[in-house]
Design a protein around this ligand. Structure first.
Ligand SMILES: *[C@@H]1O[C@H](CO)[C@@H](O)[C@H](O)[C@H]1NC(C)=O
Ligand SMILES: *[C@@H]1O[C@H](CO)[C@@H](O)[C@H](O)[C@H]1NC(C)=O
Length: 286
């Protein structure tokens, strides 16, 4: 991947010019990268970000995915991966250890973003070694099965495997409102939010790129390369516990798991629980 090497070079150059002061004062709390799912903007992480800020996590990136919103018709999965990888490389090269958090489809994106970075921070030495990737937290992850990478022809079209309430605008954009009578977002995403909040967030949903959702994964991070925590929501109507279990039960999958009283978007319905999960994963004891 020539573009990837160029990206690393560019980020290194940029940081050596602009960030030398920051690199010298190593912070104790890891950097956190927060990635939303399909249809959702990064603002769904605002409360979690605030809670982490209050306990001295000072390096948090909540990433707006290019495949969500106005560019949805024009991009595939690659710009999503690059957006996360750019933030990740910047934090690593500043010397920060990093925890990546992905909700739903965002868990797929963080999984691709760490591909090729298994040994960063392990072999490095020198005056300012890069940080390490501490691991991945998949909140209600909608993720590839191992076979999707080992047998790339095994993955069906997204139109076959998606929930019945996905609405497809040909092969350009995907919406959440295919059946709002039986499956409104207040049920599929926000069933633990008070009605006014569920309505508010339902109005903020935006379309996602068909090709981002229909892409075939190229890498599986959860077979031993990285520490991976899968968080299951007991009240999740989009990736319900039984569905989540099909990821966890795969031969070769190595997950830590945690079941919470959550829905599909716990950053909104359970911000305190979500922040605590991140803090404990990052090494805090309480
Ligand atoms: C969606 O993905 C499937 C499986 O990889 C592929 O066969 C199909 O052509 C894709 N659909 C479109 C419209 O690109
Ligand atoms: C919506 O879902 C319900 C429950 O599965 C089903 O009975 C109904 O036919 C669906 N409506 C549409 C328009 O697909």
């Amino acid at each position: 991947m020539a573009s990837y090497k160029a990206l690393v070079l560019l980020v290194t150059l940029f940081l050596s010019i602009f960030s030398s002061a920051e690199a010298q004062t190593a912070p104790d709390k890891p950097a956190i990268i927060l990635v939303p799912g399909a249809f959702h903007k990064a603002s769904v992480y605002d409360q979690v970000k605030q809670l982490l800020n209050e306990v001295d996590y000072n390096h948090i990136d909540a990433i707006d995915l290019p495949s969500v919103g106005s560019l949805a018709s024009y991009v595939d999965r690659e710009p999503d991966i690059i957006a996360v990888r750019l933030a990740l490389l910047a934090r690593l090269l500043q010397g920060h250890n990093v925890v990546l958090v992905g909700n739903s489809y965002g868990a797929t994106v963080i999984g691709e973003a760490v591909s090729g970075l298994q040994s960063v921070g392990k072999l490095a030495s020198g005056p300012s070694p890069p940080g390490r990737i501490l691991g991945l937290i998949m909140l209600s992850g909608f993720i590839p099965y191992i076979t999707e990478v080992s047998q790339p022809d095994s993955r069906p079209d997204i139109r076959v495997i998606s929930p019945s309430w996905f609405r497809f605008e040909n092969t350009d954009r995907v919406y959440w409102n295919g059946n709002t009578t039986a499956f409104p977002p207040q049920k599929t995403f926000y069933d633990l939010l008070p009605t006014t909040q569920a309505d508010y967030w339902s109005c903020k949903l935006v379309p996602s790129s068909f090709h981002a959702l229909n892409a075939t994964a190229t890498y599986i991070p959860y077979t031993g390369d990285f520490r991976c925590l899968f968080v299951i929501g007991e009240q999740d109507n989009s990736v319900p516990p039984a569905f989540a279990q099909t990821y966890i039960d795969q031969p070769g999958a190595k997950f830590e798991t945690l079941t919470i009283d959550g829905d599909h978007v716990p950053m909104l319905s359970r911000p305190d629980v979500t922040a605590d999960i991140i803090r404990r994963f990052a090494g805090e004891k309480f």
